[in-house]
Ligand binder design. Structure first.
Ligand SMILES: Cc1cc2nc3c(=O)[nH]c(=O)nc-3n(C[C@H](O)[C@H](O)[C@H](O)COP(=O)(O)OP(=O)(O)OC[C@H]3O[C@@H](n4cnc5c(N)ncnc54)[C@H](O)[C@@H]3O)c2cc1C
Length: 489
């Protein structure tokens, strides 16, 4: 409402009346424009507290409300691509608009260590596990139609800078049978993928040295890479436009219903619910308790640590074998390297690369063997790893790379599931209102749109409808039945 005595009242026409004497129509329209702008601002001020997240949203790093609310229906711990995807789908699928208060908590709004923004940005259909293929198929369709999902009225359309390009997996004679079996599964799932003999490979990509390659698989559609930051911010922008609340803070404690039991008490209960979480604000020893109905652990590489440090009673603990594993990405320039048709190449040795733009720039890396895992306590880069391990392998495969010029590099964390290198999606076996979506072990960026939708369905409907991810649930960990993905890079 405009306050009485507003400057706007001076010299303005009376409502419905003629312009004041001597007022030119240009002045009148200018005054009218000013009045409308002020009315808009006043309305925005009045509406924002009523419907947080509906009026405007800022980029990541600009928390809108430094204090979390005292209550939320669903609290999502972790504001990476998985957390924001879960939040977006919860609001997109909720039965009644503004029926549910969803809160995303992120301890580092600068995302300085988040896997999402430090990833290589790739999406592929070539997995060995049907669930991973289904998620990739869903996500490819989501990315293709991203503005239908994540477009926001009066905001610029989303452009994730998708670069279509097949993944090319090279197999040595000892791995050839395995690759062929995997391709069979992929084709049964409808993936467009072709097998290439060494001669066909040489014919298609003359710059490859095919020595020791027995067979290769090459994706024909829905593969390539895109900008991870754009996907993250687009999910966040859309989710907040639908009313999701965002707050900077670290979750360090869960208070469960088990703690309600008064003495004398028997043995600790084997199941309970989380009643409250404790959120520590940045640079503060104070915490804000948030009462909640459901908690989603989307803390990425730290999803296991979150459960370790949440102060759960011993009887309710279930280890989640997800931990940060440091991975480097190196970039380089090579003026006579592969051109526009360069695929995302995965060598027989595990070294990989793709082009970056079209001006002779590339990026790549390689996961080390288990016994040579680098210390994950910081994100420093070991440049000798490129010189001694990655470069020689790539130069052997692509002779032009012998004369490459090394460029910049960075390190990020794989959200490594040491049990079977696959995501864990679903409910905790002992805490009935705790769900997890984490541990995607190097393929979580591309699977986030799909995993977010699946988890939201589980929360809202109690079952999977679009994608059945029940085999990725927690029970395989409890029953010690690994669900192995053969195609982890
Ligand atoms: C070098 C590299 C290359 C990769 N390449 C690809 C690729 O090509 N394709 C692909 O699909 N995937 C790739 N990945 C993997 C992908 O990046 C991850 O699987 C994905 O980003 C995981 O998303 P997330 O949201 O679970 O994790 P994150 O992006 O790490 O988000 C988790 C967030 O949780 C926050 N958090 C943690 N604990 C707490 C807490 N207690 N309270 C509040 N907040 C908390 C963290 O600060 C973090 O921001 C790559 C990863 C790396 C490191």
């Amino acid at each position: 409402m405009l306050r009485s005595g507003s400057a706007l009242r001076r010299g303005l026409p009376r409502a419905g009346g003629a312009p004041g004497r001597g007022m030119r129509s240009a002045d009148m329209f200018r005054e009218l424009g000013l009045r409308l702008r002020l009315m808009g601002r006043t309305l925005q001020d009045q509406l924002s507290p009523l419907a947080p997240g509906t009026g405007s949203w800022g980029p990541p790093g600009v928390p809108r409300d430094p204090q979390p609310p005292e209550e939320a229906d669903v609290v999502v711990v972790g504001g990476g691509v998985v957390g924001w995807s879960v939040a977006y789908w919860l609001k997109a699928l909720e039965a009644r608009r503004h029926g549910m208060r969803v809160l995303v908590l992120e301890r580092d709004p600068t995302y300085s260590r988040a896997s999402t923004v430090l990833s290589a940005g790739g999406i592929r259909q070539q997995f060995s596990l049907p669930e991973n293929i289904h998620m990739s198929r869903f996500s490819a369709s989501f990315l293709r139609n991203i503005n239908e999902y994540l477009g926001v009225p009066n905001e610029p359309p989303v452009d994730i800078q998708f670069q279509p390009s097949g993944y090319l997996f090279l197999a040595s004679p000892q791995d050839a049978e395995g690759l062929e079996a995997t391709v069979k599964v992929q084709r049964e799932e409808g993936v467009q993928v072709t097998l290439l003999s060494p001669a066909q490979l040489k014919d298609k990509f003359p710059w490859i040295d095919t020595e020791d390659v027995a067979v290769a698989s090459y994706g024909l559609e829905d593969e390539g890479w895109f900008d991870p930051w754009t996907l993250l911010t687009a999910l966040r922008r859309k989710a907040m436009s639908l009313g999701v609340l965002s707050c900077a803070g670290e979750v360090r404690g869960f208070v469960t219903s088990a703690e309600d039991l008064m003495p004398p008490r028997g043995p600790d209960p084997l199941s309970a619910r989380i009643k409250r979480i404790h959120v520590y604000m940045q640079d503060s020893l104070e915490y804000q308790p948030v009462t909640c109905a459901i908690v989603v652990n989307a803390a990425g590489a730290w999803a296991g640590e979150l459960l370790e440090t949440a102060g759960l009673p011993e009887a309710l603990r279930q280890p989640l074998p997800i931990q940060p594993r440091k991975r480097y990405i190196f970039s380089w320039h090579c003026h006579d390297g592969p051109g526009l048709s360069c695929p995302f190449l995965i060598d027989t040795t595990g070294a990989y690369f793709r082009r970056e733009g079209i001006a002779g720039n590339y990026l790549g890396g390689m996961s080390p063997p288990e016994e040579e895992e680098p210390d994950p306590s910081d994100l420093s880069v070991d440049h000798s790893y490129f010189q001694e391990q990655v470069w020689p392998r790539l130069a052997r495969r692509v002779p032009a790379f012998s004369s490459l010029r090394p460029g910049s590099s960075w390190a990020g964390y794989y959200d490594h599931n040491s049990f079977d290198r696959n995501g864990v999606v679903g409910a905790h076996p002992r805490l009935s209102n705790l769900l997890v979506a984490a541990g995607f072990s190097g393929h979580g960026l591309q699977h986030a749109p799909a995993a977010g939708r699946a988890l939201a369905e589980l929360v809202l409907k109690g079952r999977y409808e679009t994608l059945d991810l029940s085999r990725l649930g927690w029970s395989r960990l409890v029953q010690r039945e690994p669900l192995v993905e053969g195609g982890v890079v």
